[in-house]
Design a binder for this molecule. Sequence first.
Ligand SMILES: Cc1cc2nc3c(=O)[nH]c(=O)nc-3n(C[C@H](O)[C@H](O)[C@H](O)COP(=O)(O)OP(=O)(O)OC[C@H]3O[C@@H](n4cnc5c(N)ncnc54)[C@H](O)[C@@H]3O)c2cc1C
Ligand code: SF4
Ligand code: SF4
Length: 426
Amino acid sequence: MGDVVVIGAGIAGIQAALDLANHGIIVHLIEREPSIGGHMAQLDKTFPTNDCSMCILSPKMMEVARHKNIRIHTCAEVDSIEGGVGNFTVTVKKNPRYVDESLCNGCGDCIQICPVEVYNRFDAGIGVRKAIYKPQPQSVPDIVIKDAGHCIECGLCYDICGLDAIRKKEEETTIKIPAASVVVATGYMVFDACRKAQFGHLTLPDVITSLELERMINVSGPTGGNVIRMSNGEVPGSVVFVQCVGSRDMSIDRPYCSCVCCMQAIKNAMLIKEKYPTAEITICYIDIRAYGKGYEEYFGRAQAMGIRFLHGMPSDVLADRNGMTLQVENTENGEVCVLYPDLVVLSVGIGPSDSTAAIAKRLGIPLEESGFIKPVNDAVETVTTIKPGIYIAGTATAPKDIPDSVAQAGSAAMRAFIDATRTRSA
Ligand SMILES: Cc1cc2nc3c(=O)[nH]c(=O)nc-3n(C[C@H](O)[C@H](O)[C@H](O)COP(=O)(O)OP(=O)(O)OC[C@H]3O[C@@H](n4cnc5c(N)ncnc54)[C@H](O)[C@@H]3O)c2cc1C
Ligand code: SF4
Ligand code: SF4
């Protein structure tokens, strides 16, 4: 049997790797970040069950780490791929971590002593991290990485590490992996809300994105689970969600629906209401798309909790020293509503990950006009590409929720498995 390379270790890549490995295939899981997990690791709860996201994801991450058939390559990207189905050679570039993975035990002493604090991308910009850090609270592998760009070479971490695991210098390395087939699960990136400058993201402190709210509402996040106004640290008395920021918008060449934003807004509105029952919450929307199993009922629960659904979109967020103002025409009755929220949450859309175009070019597979990877057929061949032996899964192909990403990963794994079992090991 041949090996399989899975590119991207979000929930889709993790599920594909586990399905293959559990059927005896050796899987090389390539992740460019220092930990596996992808976006699901950033979420607090997941709709429509409100299960804790990490309570579902973390056991899968641990299973990947312990699985005898899975080789995890973090800080790694595919440089090139040659050959065809049954005998690909995948060249993987491993970027320096500046920490010896075989020595570090993740004790965190170096993190404690490091004097440098920088913006934390995992916390969507709300929290800070050190120059030597663990990428997320439950990282896999559970070891640190040194950010050479921000390290001031004070030397404190080298001295404190009893295992001599930290490196001043480390070169990029490459490895060549023979593989029968490849699954691409490179995921998504959220829309950059600054492109819709009229909503004030990064210019008004109390305008945040939905992903930033996910980190804020998460007990292991930078505010310990408290939803606060960044301007004064107080709990907001009123919150307005603005839907479709970066979705269904021809003015920015984003005509498509991002699928998950309505449901995540309903989810987070309910979570805020549960935590702060007196908070007034309004969701301004074009349409509510509650298309999945149990989603309509979930929407109904939110309405029953007193969350207001306002059919109309504000054109901007205005601010003066008295606070923020949004004007919305209710398209159901033509009435103009004026809202004065303490906190505005922009429900940002989903676009292809920034590496998608490059990876598609290297693999010789086409993209959709939207930039997502194009399957052979959107009706019945959603995981196959025009190139035999190369399969796709999750949000790398289109916006979708976790259940659909997992289902597609299983399907891609099955196709990759068939190729692997037809291939004799080298
Ligand atoms: C605010 C918000 C809330 C959400 N809430 C929910 C919810 O409650 N329930 C729900 O079902 N869905 C929710 N979603 C959607 C959910 O996040 C996605 O369905 C799911 O995370 C998709 O997983 P994925 O593996 O396809 O992509 P990702 O999680 O993006 O994983 C892709 C992985 O590939 C890696 N990668 C990218 N490029 C490369 C490369 N070139 N080489 C190697 N690795 C690479 C990335 O680093 C990442 O680890 C939400 C989305 C948002 C934005
Ligand atoms: S590098 Fe050393 S001090 Fe830092 S977490 Fe690893 S073992 Fe601990
Ligand atoms: S050498 Fe760099 S990473 Fe280590 S403690 Fe000093 S600043 Fe932090």
